[in-house]
Design a protein around this ligand. Structure first.
Ligand code: PLP
Length: 467
């Protein structure tokens, strides 16, 4: 309606809004022709609509947050460009795979009678991440499970796994056998050795150490793209590419696996495009677009995706089995389509958190206004009480379980006590707005997700009041 009134009233001397509130200025002619009766009826209606004094909405955010949001205008615009690039890539993949509503039907039982949805989803996903092949399934419990399947695809007794970006994420300690190594089916339990290249002092990759780090038995190099619960920089895809080159120069047969959790769609290319043999991640993080209710993925070279699939199911079953009910298949497709946009909002949220919290004197990682490589924003809070208060404020501000007080406790897979604030529609879906952190020095909170940056802006008001 408003747009139509402007088109009808294009007149260089008067602001459009003014003209919409009154009679057309003398000499102005509507730029389209409607029957006279209709034109005057339309103007009368518009007058009634737009002459009411503009409602003055109260400023929605506390002044500190309002100022930070105002100052981030150009950064937010750059994020919109990123979203547009990634949405273009996603749309092209949907169109190339000829995705149709017949793909949303899902299946039951063995999942043999599936209607090609699973195949289309795998194809779309593989194209988006620049991989030969992908397996996207509800049967992956979590990111940890998908990463585990990928590692077990590569590694056999006597091999060595080398983590090149320092200590891996907490839940991988038991998978690798850094903690509780024997008797639980960890890699160590199966005779796979482990080493890590420590990070450089500034928290980036130690390139010198990496350049001479491989041994003949090093079969797989693990690169963790996002920071996890470490106070470190997340890796750009360009840095991942450089690391892969260094690894393959030392031994072209060493396979590279990238833990891609929280990295998807933060840049315009994904690690398989720069040489990663496999990537793995969770659908209740970035690529599920906040609506996939469960699941994970492994993508990369076909042979190794098949090996990961055999670990997920059973050798010989291949990738064409495993049922997923219809509603879930539709959510996977739709979530993947929405993912670039949701990631964009999460990135804007992280820019805002960095701006506000650093102006309050807290150390933040990444620093304000630097390019992002994941959707995580860490803030060093310095002590246990402040970390708890931050998480309580976030939980209080959520749409689900706002009445719950989160408490720190032990969680399967984590050695440290951890606190989680996830007032989310899908249990633990950190790509909806969430924050969490281990109760250990430097008592950092790790914030992520958010379906719109304004949600973080509102939550930050509550946080600032509480810490
Ligand atoms: C970098 C990284 N890798 C792996 C994981 C494990 O993912 P999940 O919690 O889905 O098992 C996480 C979780 O936050 C993570 O941050």
């Amino acid at each position: 309606m408003q747009a139509l009134s402007c088109a009808a009233g294009a007149h260089p001397a008067l602001p459009r809004r003014l003209w919409a509130c009154g009679a057309p200025p003398p000499g102005a002619t509507p730029s389209f022709s409607l029957p006279r009766r209709l034109v005057s009826a339309r103007f009368t209606k518009l007058q009634a609509l737009s002459c009411a004094p503009p409602a003055q909405l109260a400023r929605p955010f506390v002044p500190e947050v309002e100022a930070a949001a105002d100052s981030l205008h150009s950064e937010f615009r750059a994020v919109d460009n990123l979203v547009a690039h990634n949405t273009t890539r996603v749309l092209r993949a949907f169109q190339n795979a000829r995705v149709g509503s017949h793909h949303f039907g899902g299946s039951t039982g063995y999942g043999h009678d599936e209607g090609a949805g699973r195949e289309a989803l795998d194809k779309v996903f593989a194209e988006i991440v620049g991989a030969e092949s992908a397996i996207v399934r509800s049967q992956f419990f979590s990111g940890t499970h998908a990463i585990t399947c990928a590692l077990f695809a590569f590694l056999r007794p006597g091999d060595e796994l080398l983590a090149v970006a320092g200590a891996p994420y907490d839940t991988l300690e038991e998978v690798i056998g850094i903690r509780n190594p024997f008797g639980n089916g960890s890699l160590r339990d199966f005779g796979v050795e482990y080493r890590q290249v420590h990070l450089a002092e500034d928290g980036s990759l130690d390139w010198d150490a990496l350049s001479g780090s491989l041994r003949p038995q090093t079969k797989c190099a693990l690169i963790q793209r996002s920071c996890g619960y470490s106070w470190r920089r997340s890796l750009s895809v360009a840095e991942i590419e450089r690391a892969i080159r260094m690894i393959k120069m030392q031994n072209p047969d060493c396979l590279v696996m990238v833990d891609n959790c929280y990295g998807e769609f933060v840049e315009t290319v994904e690690p398989p495009s720069v040489g990663a043999d496999l990537i793995a991640g969770s659908l209740i993080k970035n690529p599920g677009g906040t609506i996939a209710p469960c699941g994970g993925y492994v993508a990369g070279r076909k042979r190794w995706v098949e090996a990961a699939a055999a670990r997920l199911s059973a050798p010989g079953l291949g990738i064409d089995c495993g049922s997923t009910p219809g509603g879930v298949m539709r959510a996977f497709f739709q979530g993947l389509f929405l993912a670039p946009q949701m990631v964009g909002e999460a990135v804007k949220g992280s820019l805002l958190i960095a701006e506000v919290m650093s102006s309050r004197g807290f150390k933040v990682q990444p620093a304000p206004r630097v390019p992002r490589h994941d959707t995580v924003q860490a803030v060093q809070l310095g002590d246990r009480e402040r970390l708890l208060a931050f998480c309580e404020a976030v939980q209080r501000s959520g749409p689900v379980g706002s009445f719950i007080k989160p408490v720190a406790g032990s969680t399967a897979g984590y050695a440290s006590e951890v606190i989680f604030a996830h007032g989310t529609f899908i249990d633990g879906s950190t790509s909806e707005l969430s924050c969490d952190g281990p109760l250990r020095d430097p008592f950092a909170v790790f914030c992520q997700g958010g379906t719109h940056w304004t949600q973080w802006a509102l939550v930050l008001g509550e946080v600032l009041n509480s810490i």
